[in-house]
Design a binder for this molecule. Structure first.
Ligand code: ZN
Length: 155
């Protein structure tokens, strides 16, 4: 087993056991619901957006370990970020797990990678298309909440 996949398992287990920001947010002024019919993951993301900055973010719901861990880590990654930075992280994460990262010839690869930090552990899910939906559900939902899109589905 590679180091990355070992780390991946540990982090998933940890976040699954103790999900961060797992609660209803009383002060939320944005929220959205996300549903992944392929796996049955279902969650709600709450945001408190002030002056285009994510002051608070939380989620609740139920789903598989990957969707829960991804949601937990998403809230950590997005908290304190501007709306624009949050959208950028979403597209970086999405590109990473779908394997569509664009790297121009000769360009340093680290810019994108650094932005994602420990979210990089999800890179391996790109081998499993069904799991990609689990890993991106919280991100799609956060995106829907930011943009007042209501309910979102990964299908
Ligand atoms: Zn799932």
């Amino acid at each position: 087993m590679s180091e990355l996949s070992e780390l991946y398992q540990q982090v998933i287990l940890d976040h699954n056991k103790k999900p961060r920001n797992f609660r209803t947010l009383e002060t939320a002024n944005h929220s959205a619901e996300g549903y992944n019919p392929l796996c049955g993951d279902h969650l709600t993301v709450y945001l408190n957006l002030e002056n285009d900055v994510v002051k608070e973010i939380s989620f609740e719901g139920s789903g598989c370990a990957i969707s829960k861990a991804a949601a937990s880590m998403m809230t950590q990654a997005v908290k304190g970020k501007s709306k624009q930075q949050a959208q950028k992280l979403f597209s970086e994460f999405h590109s990473m797990v779908t394997g569509n990262e664009e790297r121009e010839e000769g360009q340093e690869l680290n810019n994108e990678a650094e932005g994602l930090g420990n979210l990089r552990i999800f890179e391996g899910v790109r081998e499993f298309p069904v799991r990609v939906k689990c890993a991106t559900l919280a991100w799609h939902t956060m995106h829907a909440a930011l943009n007042n899109l209501g309910t979102t589905s990964t299908e």
